[in-house]
Design a protein around this ligand. Sequence first.
Ligand code: PMP
Length: 361
Amino acid sequence: MSDAIRPQPGILDIALYEGGKSHVAGVANALKLSSNENPFGPSDRAKEAFQRTVHTLHRYPNTDHHNLRHAIAEVHRLDADRVICGCGSDEIITFLMQAYAGPGDEVVFTEHGFLMYRISALAVGATPVEVAERERTADVDAILAACSQRTKLVFIANPNNPTGTMIGAADVARLADGLPRQAILVLDGAYAEYVQGYDGGLGLIESRSNVVMTRTFSKIYGLGGLRIGWGYGPKPIIDVLNRIRGPFNLSTAQLEVAEAAVRDQDHVNRCRTENARWRAWLAEALAELGVPSDTSLANFVLARFADAAEAENCDAFLQTQGLIVRRVSGYKLPHCLRITVGDEASCRRVAHAIAQFKGLR
Ligand code: PMP
């Protein structure tokens, strides 16, 4: 290829995103606990909606996502005109980058923040700024100190992936209020539904003009395979994002399944309850085996081993037992394994295998 053909600056600095493994060579039916997926899958109502869409596949989808936006707004008591839907919350993150950051601008996130913040900042030529955490938890003072007149976007996942930790409402408000005037705070609520009584920071958005929230159907709604996310924020920001959103960014199946899913909050509540129960059980079982973790508020546990070698060996052993968990070396946590909270049988199986690895069973 001609060496005159070059990508935009920043693109070659992007390390390829490595998704959670889904199979192990030579092991049939391995149990995947590597991508924070809901072990119970989507609600029956969502599955039925998916079946129905087969009759309208020749039609283009609705371009303004009217029904889905209104369903989300009804369930969360929001203004439907300030809801935007995308192909996973990844796409909402991309829209924010495209609209608000470019060469010379800075995008701030935490040390163990979600990898897509860095990737999508580099993709638009912006400069990623990574801020140290305190005890694997976002440090508001450090984030504020890292902001400058070039900061355009600040990302906080609350709870965060892969640490599972979160910061409280007062800290989030302090962060929003302390940002430079030109910066937007993005509250990534991919795991918000797992936190009993948490609204993802909606109250803050109502009272500030510089806060946007992103949410997903990939986690508690059990729809990672379909790719649906949404965002909520001040009308002027959502209007800007809609200008760069392609008219058909979501298919009819995505729209109708998500609408049915959001209207079935009983399923969400059941999944939250089960997750909380087995997350606590798993964290305690691992702690008893000498593998501690921080208190996770999400649907995974970040298990800490003595060092990177022990984590790597445990990962390899688990694979021989047909269990796939996530190495988080890309997040600079090489001594940790992130384990999705599955159903009861999965949690018992992974705890048993780690006990065997430790020579305790
Ligand atoms: N934010 C966080 C913190 C995540 O962990 C993920 C998924 N791993 C996403 C956003 C993106 O989710 P999706 O694009 O599936 O909505």
